[in-house]
Design a protein around this ligand. Structure first.
Ligand SMILES: [Zn+2]
Length: 277
């Protein structure tokens, strides 16, 4: 309990950074918490989940590693967990609404009308980047996980919810539970751990060493993504959701935000959150 409180205090004293996590819990809105603090709390919720994992697991959050096949040259990965039986690569999504999708479709739909890129295809690119960094570590068993907040309802391929699958869609609150269950399934399958503690440490070190922490490169990467998004969004009705609460916005709102570059810096906000910018 004490550690939770001290972490919360840490979050509130953390300096605001506009490029920080976009995860938000809308319920916090009512208390008029500034958007980034809401974002920090969303991120915090996932970190609590990760802290519940056994000590011998190692994890990295918000890491950016080189990826030659990505448009920006980098992949930004929300969370990587290295456990004795698998590496979990986790992509978190900040949408609100009903998520329709199946593994074989390139485009998924939010609320039946806003298209989004199949998050497993996106995470596949992240996994490739992780694999190429760990190419000497003889990596097998990578589990792709996509996490949504409880503001979403899943209407997806049921296989993506089955623990036997190496591609899993979960709610953020289920994250550690799914990882533990998956770990149990793999334990039965393999009998002995695939990765020793040394190996886990070695992979962790490689990933940390290659994590790009340079602020300028990170900011440039985010700019490139936004620019790229702006280009593709001007061509189609791409999913436009509020940067702070994930609520879907209309095409008119999207164009308004993108047109006001000075104020919104290429991000999109719902009416409510526009007022806070
Ligand atoms: Zn919003």
């Amino acid at each position: 309990m004490v550690s939770i409180i001290s972490k919360l205090l840490g979050i509130f004293s953390k300096k605001f950074n506009a490029t920080d996590s976009p995860e938000v819990d809308c319920k916090q809105d009512k208390n008029n918490v500034p958007p980034t603090r809401i974002g920090d709390l969303g991120e915090y919720k996932i970190n609590i989940q990760l802290d519940q994992l056994p000590k011998k697991y190692r994890y990295l959050s918000d890491i950016m590693i080189p990826n030659p096949i990505s448009i920006t040259g980098f992949s930004q990965i929300d969370h990587i967990i290295i456990s004795p039986y698998a590496i979990f690569v986790i992509e978190t999504k900040n949408y609100t609404g009903t998520i329709y999708g199946s593994r074989d479709k390139d485009k998924w739909l939010i609320n039946g009308k806003f298209p989004m890129v199949n998050p497993f295809n996106q995470n596949f690119g992240h996994i490739k980047a992780v694999q190429s960094l760990l190419s000497n570590a003889n990596v097998s068993n990578i589990v792709s996980m996509v996490s949504f907040s409880r503001r979403c309802i899943f209407k997806v391929d049921l296989n993506l919810r089955k623990i036997q699958s190496n591609e899993l869609i979960v709610y953020d609150t289920e994250l550690s539970d799914f990882i533990t269950r998956k770990q149990n399934v793999l334990r039965l399958l393999f009998n002995a751990p695939i990765y020793t503690e040394e190996k886990i440490q070695q992979m962790y070190d490689i990933l940390s060493r290659n994590n790009i922490t340079d602020k300028e490169i990170r900011e440039q990467h985010i700019k490139n993504i936004k620019m790229n998004r702006k280009e593709s969004e001007s061509k189609s009705n791409f999913p436009a959701s509020c940067e702070n609460c994930g609520k879907m916005v209309s095409d008119k709102v999207r164009r308004y935000c993108l047109a006001n570059k000075e104020r919104f810096k290429g991000s999109i906000y719902c009416f409510e959150h526009q007022r806070e910018i």
